[in-house]
Design a protein around this ligand. Structure first.
Ligand SMILES: [Ca+2]
Ligand SMILES: [Ca+2]
Length: 463
């Protein structure tokens, strides 16, 4: 989410970027043709639905394993969207099944301030929300459009965790992240079931800067740059927080310690920056569990989830995350980073359904479930050819050859609404995939689209 302007170049770079020959996982599309989706989640209400957040200010809802997509909430009139702004986060109350309360994170029209607001699902229609808004928290974000943060989720303690960016520009000019008197550059924790004094929310007594202790009472941890995505491991309750770097290092922090200082702008990942070099005393900061550099076009981490699903998509306990710029999906097993799949797409987020299966969201408009390559897990080799496909302006139907180990499943997804699959999107073992490219009308220049087939990313160029 850091470098949206690179989108066009990243797609073009799909021609040049080497793709993983052997896929460790595959993506099973569950929704395509979305408008800049930035998040997906279940509600943990037992209904097996997936809620998808579109940046402009719309939340869509769909049944998993079924058909149909409904508009759950539309607050586009309240949301300032574009670049790193928009409707960025969604969290369902732990008792959502009975109280229908949920919370959103957005940048508002007018001044771009960060708003945490509460809504409630309709009592008569579970696929629609009441548009009445209760503003819970407003955080001024003047001067710059970037680094808004955007994640919120409930912890196992029942409190709402909120990740706020440092206020923008580069290298945090006002030094917000190290300033405990402001909420920018922080992880916050509030109690939405109570009120403290005149506040519309409560402050947990266990917050590290509660009351007379120096620092805003809402702060749980500080020294963050742009904590775009974080998640709790549903088995261990450990919080995994990814913080987007400046120009050098992308980092993941786990665990998150109450009152912890995670380093920015003094440190970027494990590196001392030149912002406050005299302050680089390592014992004063908490360093990431791992970080990675900007080689090969990597530029912005999208934090993910620890896999606790039951379908064998990944080894249990694997932390999955990605890079927005390269489209690579990685696994962290506790000691090493491993490439799972190079999608070539802009990975805006990951999401988790009620059963613990993990989804990947691409800004280009897709939500896909991460799946293993064999029912028994492992042992599958998948590939697809040819590489870039050139199609005439008048449109065409063409075929992609898929090679797969006998018995291994593969699937396909389209990153463009003008590329479709007339004869299905999946298969088992080697076979072929038909793709249909619509005629190009109303476009003055050639257009580019990506499809994802059996672990390969294939560029479609329509002249
Ligand atoms: Ca205080
Ligand atoms: Ca850090």
């Amino acid at each position: 989410m850091l470098h949206r302007l690179l989108v066009t170049f990243v797609i073009a770079a799909g021609l040049l970027h080497p793709m993983a020959a052997i896929a460790q996982i595959q993506l099973v599309p569950v929704a395509t043709g979305l408008n800049s989706p930035v998040f997906a989640t279940g509600a943990r209400d037992g209904t097996r639905r997936l809620f998808i957040v579109e940046q402009a200010g719309v939340i869509r809802v769909m049944p998993l394993g079924g058909d149909g997509m409904a508009t759950f909430l539309d607050i586009r009139s309240r949301v300032l969207s574009g670049g790193e702004r928009g409707l960025l986060g969604l969290a369902f109350h732990p008792s959502y099944a009975s109280n229908r309360r949920f919370f959103v994170y957005y940048t508002r029209t007018g001044d771009g301030a960060i708003v945490i607001a509460e809504y409630q699902a309709s009592s008569g229609n579970r696929d629609a929300a009441d548009p009445t808004e209760r503003v819970v928290l407003t955080i001024p974000h003047p001067g710059f459009a970037n680094h808004n943060g955007g994640m919120l989720t409930f912890g196992p303690d029942g409190y709402l965790y909120i990740g706020v960016g440092d206020g923008g520009s580069g290298n945090d000019p006002p030094n917000n992240a190290q300033n405990k008197a402001v909420l920018l550059g922080k992880l916050l924790r509030i109690d939405v079931n109570n009120q403290s004094g005149t506040l519309p929310y409560g402050i947990p007594l266990s917050n590290p800067f509660f009351g007379a202790i120096d620092g805003r009472d809402e702060i749980l941890a500080y020294g963050l740059r742009n904590p775009w995505r974080f998640a709790f491991d549903r088995a261990t309750n450990q919080l995994w927080l990814a913080d987007v770097g400046q120009v050098e290092r992308e980092e993941v922090n786990a665990p998150i310690v109450n009152g912890g200082n995670y380093g920015w702008r003094v440190y970027e990942g494990n590196q001392c920056t030149n912002n406050d070099r005299a302050l680089c005393t390592p014992s004063n900061y908490i360093f990431p569990i791992f970080d990675y550099g900007h080689s090969g076009g990597r530029c912005s981490i999208t934090g993910g989830y620890v896999y606790r699903g039951t379908l064998g998509a990944l080894a249990t306990g694997t932390y999955v995350y990605g890079d927005f710029c390269t489209g690579e999906m990685f696994a962290w097993n506790g000691s090493t980073q491993r490439l799972l799949l190079d999608t070539g797409a802009n990975i805006s987020s990951f999401g988790e359904d009620d059963a613990g299966e993990i989804y990947v969201v691409t800004l280009g408009g897709t939500v896909s479930r991460i799946a293993g390559t064999a029912p028994s897990g492992g042992g599958c080799t998948l590939d697809a050819s040819p590489g870039p496909v050139l199609v005439a302006r008048t449109g065409a139907t063409t075929t992609i050859a898929v090679t797969a180990t006998t018995g291994c499943n593969w699937s396909a997804a389209s990153g463009a609404d003008w590329i479709t699959f007339p004869n299905g999107t999946s298969g088992t073992g080697s076979g072929s995939l038909d793709i249909a490219v619509a005629p190009r009308t109303g476009w003055a220049v050639p257009r580019f689209g990506l499809i994802f087939v059996a672990g390969r990313t294939i560029l479609i160029i329509q002249g």
